[in-house]
Design a binder for this molecule. Structure first.
Ligand code: BGC
Ligand code: NOJ
Length: 817
């Protein structure tokens, strides 16, 4: 194990391998990765903790994970290696036996954990083969000593009784339902299969096992922990068969390794569904046909290696759609590898399953998924297309939307319902970005239902019209958008007035009747996405509709200039009673980031210099060394008329935390104002590779991805990150870098080239693939300009303007600023 004294870092980037290499297992928080690309997913920490599920982390949970565990990160897939008196795990946990060497490499949809103890090396490669509903675990054990080694090996995983919520609470039932079958070297988990379930899970290995356990109590011991399983300590499997209580799966091997010899095992954790009439082959004997076929596909090292190669190639191809070469490796590794990877993960997970999201609460978010997909379209456009249709199908006929939906059923979630008045705008944002990348105007003609009701179908274009109108038709006394339950800031609950601690701010019935609560954030978002709607209408020949929409947008601009400007920045909102929020007149919460970002991106009041003044105010009042804070001054006490925002202690979350998701809005607004230096400064403050270099210990969470929130300067621990991985920050950092800083932005019929750079940036090269074309774009900035293209050569010929019309094939583009 790494005993070097490196308090600020726990690993490093390996860019050639596209990996982050963790060299000390005692990271300041579990540093996780995601496995799986389609339907089967796993979370895996740097000590092999985490869990697996099929499609839905709540309803189809395969393995159990312990929330609020002590110690942290309890449960996962563990291999116990017994070597004489010593027992150890390659990932250090749960035995925590000090290792002679430890390394965890998190890569693109795979993780490799290697440990060494007493001249035995064990390396486990975890991944989900493409298109397969299973996690493979390729374990290679090697004897590095000069002696023959006799080793015992125990695998271990604990089944979840499928529904991750009831699994944690309904013990009066759970302790009687668990059932397993054991056949060959496979342990089948078939709880509830006798009744309504048509699915089971299995854990197998490609060698004849010499013992097993399926009952937790017999394997671990009732009063023992995972770090002292009785069967392992005694080197004696119990061959237990679980009936109720807590079913587990453990295989046992006892074998010798000659000096230098290596042995591989391929373990497989799989999920199978059977048709109702094919569930059983005998009385209570499950049909194993599909499972056996799956196992046969990976029953040799060569087959597993081939599946891993295919996964690597898949990622090579995905990432090749956008690659940049600058002289700054910290930028390149984020843009080329980790930012794109995080966009894939947020696309797949929305806000469902991480080490901060339990997988039980929120499913897919309407606004979240619309934003996530924009960072993902260039990777797999067809999946983005389907997602847009799924999301739009949860819209209501009046244009409002279910705030969340379950991935398994794709149905809107009634617990939270609708009423977040920013939601409809994001559908325009997602759909237009998709069409610009792909040219697929056909999606607009798709027949899409409302609230998933058959017979209610209208075209997607009609959904967009209703989205636009939902804002335009719901204006308050100042002609600004009514906020509803909340806008993007879920915690600015201006119509909630909840005084009961047993209610959720998010789901409690709101008092919208007679409310004057209006949002300047929605105003900016409406103008910005409204312009996108207008442009789309023009493209499809709906010129009358474009004109009508343009008028609404113009009125909104005027309303903001008149009632939404506070002198040096944009107001944030008007509350239920019509009082200002985010005004210099307030004692606390004088200025907020969201309305600065969106109104400045929409360039509202540009003639009076409002965007630039607002951005200057952001720098003056909201910027700190770790990023841009959401609001200042923080609320120091709770305000019933504001809801959840003031429930947070100062410096955290929506109360003056650095809520990374919204930083890019300001950064983009800076680029639209042509201020490349300022944009770069804001951008690198929250760019993970820069944060990693500053202080990983303070930052606490994974250094290779963005987190949702970094504690702000009012907090006890400024700079400490929380809620890593699942955040709209991923997509927005992508949009910021790709479209606005590097300046390669897909349009309907051309690629616009409009970089906005820090002064020191001199040259870079981007390879961009889309629409059956490859553009090799060389950007030169000989005079250190921040913005403004002066010349473009397309395949050697000068063009006028900065738009490269799409044309199939390979093209050289030379851009001079
Ligand atoms: C959090 C928000 C989150 C919301 C969702 C709030 O407590 O602060 O960030 O979106 O819960 O339920
Ligand atoms: C997290 C939610 O997922 C997102 O939709 C919201 O905008 C932010 N919290 C801010 O409240």
């Amino acid at each position: 194990m790494n005993q070097e004294n490196q308090p600020l870092k726990f690993g490093h980037f390996d860019d050639a391998a596209r990996e982050y290499v963790i060299t000390n297992p005692q990271t300041p928080w579990p540093w996780i990765n995601y496995l799986g690309n389609d339907d089967f997913f796993s979370l895996i920490s740097n000590t092999a903790g985490g869990y697996s599920f099929y499609k839905d982390a709540k309803f189809r949970r395969l393995t159990r994970y312990r929330y609020n565990g002590v110690p942290m990160d309890n449960g996962g897939r563990y291999f116990y290696i017994c070597d004489g008196d010593t027992t150890w795990n390659p990932g250090w946990k749960p035995m925590k036996t000090p290792l002679d060497a430890y390394e965890c490499r998190h890569g693109m949809s795979y993780t490799r954990i290697t440990g060494r103890k007493n001249d035995v090396e064990a390396s486990v490669l975890f991944f989900v083969p493409l298109g397969e509903n299973a996690e493979l675990q390729k374990l290679s054990i090697k004897n590095l000593s000069q002696e023959t080694k006799r080793l015992q090996l125990f695998s271990f995983t604990e089944w979840c009784l499928w529904n991750a919520a009831t699994d944690m609470e309904n013990f009066q039932r759970n302790f009687s339902t668990g059932e397993v079958e054991i056949e060959g070297s496979t342990i089948y988990h078939k709880t509830e299969y006798r009744e309504r379930r048509n699915h089971y899970a299995f854990y197998s290995v490609n060698a004849p096992m010499q013992g097993f356990d399926t009952d937790r109590e017999q394997f671990v011991g009732l009063y023992n922990g995972f770090h002292e399983p009785q069967a392992v300590l005694e080197r004696q499997p119990r061959n237990s068969v679980a009936h109720g209580w807590s079913p587990i799966a453990s295989h046992y091997f006892d074998f010798e390794l000659q000096p230098g010899e290596q042995r591989d095992f391929i373990f497989m954790l799989g999920y199978v569904e059977n048709d109702d009439d094919k569930k059983f082959v005998g009385p209570q004997v499950i049909n194993k046909e599909k499972a056996l076929q799956m196992m046969a596909r990976y029953d040799t090292t060569a087959k597993a290696d081939a599946a891993f190669d295919a996964l690597r190639k898949h990622w090579d191809e995905l990432l090749s759609n956008f690659q940049v070469e600058t002289d700054n490796p910290k930028l390149d590794r984020m843009v080329n590898i980790w930012n794109q990877y995080q966009c894939m993960v947020t696309f797949n997970m929305s806000r469902s399953a991480s080490f901060f999201e339990s997988g039980i609460g929120r499913g897919m978010g309407f606004r979240d998924s619309n934003q996530d997909l924009v960072g993902f379209i260039h990777l797999i456009p067809a999946k983005a297309r389907q997602r847009i249709i799924d999301i739009a199908s949860t819209q209501f006929p009046d244009g409002s939307c279910y705030h969340q939906y379950q991935p398994l059923t794709r149905r809107g979630n009634n617990d939270i319902g609708s009423g977040f008045n920013d939601d409809p705008c994001w559908l325009i944002f997602g759909t237009t970005a998709y069409i610009k990348e792909t040219g697929d105007f056909g999606i607009l003609d798709e027949q899409v239902p409302f609230d998933n009701q058959p017979g209610s179908e209208e075209t997607l274009m009609e959904h967009l019209r209703r989205s636009f109108n939902h804002v335009a038709d719901n204006l308050g006394p100042h002609g600004l958008p009514l906020i509803g339950r909340a806008d993007w800031n879920d915690c600015l609950n201006l119509n909630c007035f909840s005084t009961n601690p047993d209610e959720s701010y998010q789901t409690t019935e709101n008092k919208t009747e007679g409310s004057k609560a209006e949002s300047l954030m929605i105003a900016g978002l409406f103008v910005f996405t409204g312009e996108q709607y207008v442009e789309l209408c023009q493209r499809v020949g709906q010129n009358g509709e474009a004109q009508r929409a343009e008028q609404c947008i113009q009125q909104m601009r005027e309303a903001v200039e008149k009632h939404g400007w506070d002198g040096s920045w944009y107001l944030r909102a008007y509350d239920f009673f019509g009082n200002k929020i985010g005004s210099n007149e307030n004692d606390e919460g004088k200025i907020f980031i969201e309305s600065q970002g969106w109104c400045a991106m929409a360039r509202i009041g540009a003639e009076q210099g409002m965007p630039e003044k607002s951005l200057d105010s952001v720098k003056q009042h909201l910027e700190c060394e770790h990023g841009i804070i959401l609001n200042q001054p923080a609320y120091t006490h709770w305000h019933v008329e504001m809801g959840e925002i003031s429930s947070y202690p100062p410096g955290y979350k929506e109360n003056a935390g650095i809520f990374c998701h919204n930083n890019p809005w300001v950064i983009i607004a800076e680029t639209l104002a042509g201020r490349g230096q300022d944009a770069w400064q804001h951008y690198t403050k929250i760019l993970p590779s820069y944060v990693e270099e500053r202080n990983s210990l303070l930052h606490k969470v994974e250094p290779y991805v963005n987190c949702q929130m970094v504690a702000g300067s009012d907090a006890a621990t400024p700079g400490q990150g929380k809620n890593s991985w699942l955040t709209g920050t991923a997509a927005w950092m992508w949009i910021t870098a790709a479209w606005h800083i590097l300046g390669i932005q897909p349009g309907y019929d051309a690629l616009t080239i409009d970089p906005c750079l820090p002064k020191e940036a001199r040259t870079y090269r981007v390879t961009r693939r889309l629409r059956n074309a490859v553009y090799h774009i060389q950007v030169n900035n000989p005079n250190g300009k921040e913005k403004g293209v002066s010349q473009i050569l397309l395949d050697g010929q000068p063009i006028s303007g900065n738009k490269i019309p799409y044309a199939e094939g390979e093209h050289e583009v030379e851009v001079t600023l």
